[in-house]
Design a protein around this ligand. Structure first.
Ligand code: CAO
Length: 432
């Protein structure tokens, strides 16, 4: 046995400094340079390292004690250092040879320092300034940094509002138990949704979401959060197209074919994508290249009793209106009978979401990534339109184009919807 007293080394001009953390316990095998306690003055916090390796046989300080240079921190059996296998400790640096008199390790002062570089983490986005201002010891800061926890969001339970290691652990636990966040973590670092007991205000019934609801919800949330959306609104004069559609329906009634406005809109959208190819592109995985496509597949949002699905109609540029009308009927039946395969819903270049059969004047659809644009269609209505001499009643179709602003500029979007309106106003242009 070779027991030494480990004392507070020269810590500068401080005569009475508070012990805010004791980082070791009796029986611990410690290495030279391992931090033993954390001291905190008005201006700074510092960790006191061990001058040698060994086994802690007694601790002479406790949290809250005020101590100065020369005070005994603990008793250390240094002979045990050679024989005992050291227990793994929190710090990862290799043991260094024992220093005869270890100096206090200058630790990050509590405030007014360059902000610690917070690593981006799935747990929370860290505001470096607020992190540096949080009241916590260096070891707690290190611990928080390792876990990617923003200290400014952690509730402190320590003396004078100090954040302790267990506070950081409690914060992480709370985040992991948070419902509705991917892996329990709030990627935006925003306040989590509160857990509410609705029965406190009246009778309630809890119904589980359908499988489709849950799946769609995840995709929509991901797309809404990741894509900077803008929606461009326009109106297309479909008076003549509607007259043509009615005629065509009369003509094809015997063959059981019904043309809805959607079939014409699909053709017009593909023609607009051919003129403006960025609208059918996708960003690659690096986010630095655009993948341009030489095919024209269009997703159609279909409302089913179980939720929203988006089957894809392929090669719309190669199909005529009759084929499209038949295929859309088949696909929406399949969707409502839950017969769509995952592959039926993949590979679209753009999606169309039509609420025109239901109602509403406009809405802002969410881009169906990896696509970069989605066209929302609302209910057409007769409106007075100025023809240069007088107001004329015209059937106007509201268009709502949401797009990924990383790929598409506002001017491009306005050109796209203007061209689309132009095509729908005179469908003969689709033949050109
Ligand atoms: N303006 C006015 N009337 C319209 C219209 C429009 N924009 N679009 C359709 N209509 C009319 C149709 O002409 C039809 O009338 P008739 O029976 O008199 O001919 C009636 O409304 C019903 O049409 P529909 O909605 O059944 O057919 P569709 O081809 O237009 O749409 C489908 C098919 C599958 C897209 C649609 O049934 C559907 O599910 N829509 C909902 C999509 C959805 O939920 N989107 C929201 C997604 S969230 O972003």
């Amino acid at each position: 046995m070779s027991i030494i007293e480990v004392k507070v080394p020269d810590i500068g001009d401080f005569s009475s400094v508070e012990v805010i953390e004791v980082l070791v316990a009796v029986g611990d095998h410690i290495k030279a340079e391992q931090s033993l306690i954390t001291l905190e003055s008005d201006k700074a916090a510092m960790e006191i390292p061990s001058p040698a390796g060994g086994i802690v046989t007694g601790i002479k300080v406790k949290v809250g004690d005020k101590i100065a240079e020369g005070a005994v921190i603990l008793m250390l059996d240094t002979a045990a250092a050679q024989t005992a296998a050291p227990v793994p400790e929190k710090k990862t640096e290799p043991a260094k040879p024992a220093a005869p008199a270890a100096a206090a390790k200058p630790a990050a002062p509590v405030a007014s320092t360059p902000a610690p570089q917070a690593r981006p983490s799935p747990t929370a986005s860290i505001d470096p300034v607020k992190f540096s201002q949080a009241h916590a010891s260096p070891s707690v800061r290190k611990f928080a940094r390792e876990l990617g926890v923003d200290l400014s969001k952690v509730n402190a339970s320590g003396n004078k509002g100090r954040i302790l290691q267990q506070d950081v652990q409690a914060f992480v636990k709370q985040m992991l138990n948070q419902p509705g966040t991917a892996g329990g973590a709030s990627v935006l670092g925003v306040e989590p949704m509160p857990v509410i007991d609705f029965s406190q205000w009246g009778e309630i019934e809890v119904k589980p979401l359908s499988k489709i609801n849950k799946l769609t919800g995840k995709f929509l949330h991901r797309n809404w959060v990741n894509i900077p959306h803008v929606t461009q609104f326009d109106e297309a004069d479909i008076t003549d197209l509607e007259a043509f559609r009615v005629d065509a329906n009369n003509e094809y009634k015997d063959r059981g074919i019904k043309f809805t406005m959607l079939a014409f809109i699909m053709k017009a959208v593909v023609a607009a994508m051919q003129k403006y190819p960025r609208f059918s592109s996708s960003l690659d995985a690096t986010g630095e290249n655009l993948v341009m496509k030489n095919y024209f597949h269009v997703g159609i949002a279909v409302d089913t009793p179980d939720g929203l699905v988006v089957p894809v109609i392929r090669d719309v540029n190669k199909k005529g209106l009759v084929d499209l009308a038949l295929e859309m009927k088949e696909v929406s039946l399949k969707a409502r009978d839950k017969k769509l395969k995952p592959s039926d819903m993949q590979g679209g270049c753009i999606s169309i979401s039509s609420l025109g059969g239901i109602g509403g004047t406009k809405f802002t659809p969410i881009v169906n990534a990896p696509e970069v644009a989605v066209l929302g269609v609302s209910k057409a209505d007769i409106k007075p339109v100025w023809n240069g001499k007088e107001f004329e009643p015209r059937l106007m179709l509201p268009l709502c184009l949401s797009y990924d602003h990383r790929v598409i500029d506002g001017a491009d979007a306005a050109r796209f919807t203007t061209y689309l309106s132009h095509l729908l106003a005179d469908a003969r242009r689709l033949l050109m």
